[in-house]
Design a protein around this ligand. Structure first.
Ligand SMILES: C[S@@+](CC[C@H](N)C(=O)[O-])C[C@H]1O[C@@H](n2cnc3c(N)ncnc32)[C@H](O)[C@@H]1O
Length: 225
């Protein structure tokens, strides 16, 4: 077995831990305090989240999309593939080193979607953008932990609380779509999104896309009014 090689590490701002980028042959892994956040071999469900959400806004002439966070860029690349030339995508990434890794050792994984003219990168907490935005986005795609529980930083819990769900609702345009990735099905969360005013679909998607693998959960929630 080829051993993992540590390429770089960075402190997560706020109360976060240590974020590390590892490489083993052509495979990459991002871990926070030892727990894997993202692996380059398994990205089918991250891409499926983008496809499921963007398909629902495909008829709009100039869709505006917010993605948090960047990770290895699979969700971003899949969204750009699904969206037209007039779309605009804001990517919020909490850890500036992750943006540098995407422009450096990870650039070849997805063809460096950060270079796409439709993309704006903001090195900040996605919660900050959600707190400021009012009816600004047609879709919000969140994959910042391994589900609706804080992992990267303790403060991420606020994204999933009632206040956080209401902030996402308010940041969406009418009929806008909120999508959240989760490693495991947490039944209660779909109900909580419903209480915040969303019509909720819960999708089970394969971790490796057409190549199978385990199942991950994606909530696709449409703002009702
Ligand atoms: C699981 S990875 C995202 C994987 C991504 N969907 C992909 O396709 O590669 C989580 C990312 O979210 C970032 N992140 C965590 N908390 C965040 C926050 N509050 N705001 C913005 N980015 C955040 C992490 O630094 C990490 O880059």
């Amino acid at each position: 077995m080829i051993p993992w090689q540590l390429l770089d590490s960075a402190q997560v701002p706020g109360e976060g831990g240590d974020l590390r980028l590892y490489q083993r042959d052509g495979e990459f892994s991002i871990r926070v305090d030892g727990a894997e956040l993202m692996n380059s071999r398994i990205h089918g469900s991250e891409e499926a989240m983008a496809e499921l959400a963007c398909a629902r806004i495909a008829s709009l002439p100039c869709p505006r999309v917010l993605i948090g966070g960047l990770g290895m860029g699979y969700t971003l690349a899949a969204a750009l593939n699904r969206l037209g030339a007039e779309s605009r995508v804001v990517v919020a990434e909490l850890v500036p080193a992750v943006v540098a890794w995407n422009r450096g050792p990870l650039a070849d994984l997805t063809g460096c979607p950060l270079d796409d003219d439709r993309v704006t990168v903001r090195e900040c907490d996605v919660a900050q953008i959600l707190g400021e935005a009012q009816r600004a986005y047609d879709a919000i795609l969140l994959d910042v932990d391994n589900g609706p529980r804080a992992l990267t930083q303790n403060g991420n819990d606020r994204l999933y609380t009632r206040t956080g769900r209401e902030a996402s609702f308010a940041a969406l345009r009418p009929a806008g779509v909120f999508a959240l990735w989760s490693a495991s099905p947490i039944r209660a969360f779909g109900r909580l999104l419903g209480k915040a005013g969303f019509a909720v679909d819960e999708e089970r998607v394969r971790a490796r896309g057409p190549r199978g693998g385990g199942y991950h959960t994606i909530w696709i929630a449409r703002r009702k009014a």
